[in-house]
Design a binder for this molecule. Sequence first.
Ligand SMILES: CC(C)(COP(=O)(O)OP(=O)(O)OC[C@H]1O[C@@H](n2cnc3c(N)ncnc32)[C@H](O)[C@@H]1OP(=O)(O)O)[C@@H](O)C(=O)NCCC(=O)NCCS
Length: 190
Amino acid sequence: MADRLWRRIADLIERFVPRPQMPAADTVSLRLARPDDEPFLLAMLFRAAHGDDDTDARPEHLLGMPALARYVVGFGVEGDLGIVAEAPEGPVGAAWVRLLAGNARGYGWVADDTPELAIGVVRGYVGRGVGTRLMSELLARARGRFPALSLSVRRENPARRLYLRLGFVPHAEVVNRVGGLSDTMVLRFA
Ligand SMILES: CC(C)(COP(=O)(O)OP(=O)(O)OC[C@H]1O[C@@H](n2cnc3c(N)ncnc32)[C@H](O)[C@@H]1OP(=O)(O)O)[C@@H](O)C(=O)NCCC(=O)NCCS
């Protein structure tokens, strides 16, 4: 509980307190995600799933949770589409979509033909436009390929504002795996 509170405070500091030694965001370039990005996607999924609220947890723990592991394991098959933000020191963010259908639905499922989105940016780069760039590039590439995209976001997550700004609309309200409220959101291309 105290860990979680400290994480929340660290997030707010990261977002609002200027840091003179922040890495330059203009050195970040975007590229398509590849199968060998899977470990990095797992790390970003860990951020997105709030795994780093718990200081003892590791991204690899998600591999033992089928409902989360399915967002990344075997990435690169047909229907997968992802963008990675690359800084000189390595990848610093990723946004990707994956068709999670039938019995392998994700938390943001709305239809079997609608891929689900996940996004994460490493802490040092948060709040500097990388997430917006990743999303814009991903949406541009997804348009015309899929009828819509969907996602699940916790009600209190500021990322919800990013999704609303980009055209996602709330579709359903669900109780999430920790007992809070999450919104399923959908962006329709047609
Ligand atoms: C959500 C996230 C990917 C956005 O990336 P980013 O590079 O910080 O995004 P940008 O700088 O382009 O800012 C766009 C929006 O991100 C959100 N954002 C900004 N700082 C944030 C922070 N510290 N924590 C969460 N979201 C933040 C806000 O909605 C912001 O829009 P606003 O300025 O209108 O409030 C990033 O904050 C992150 O990795 N968060 C943790 C993982 C997560 O929550 N993923 C989404 C799960 S549904």
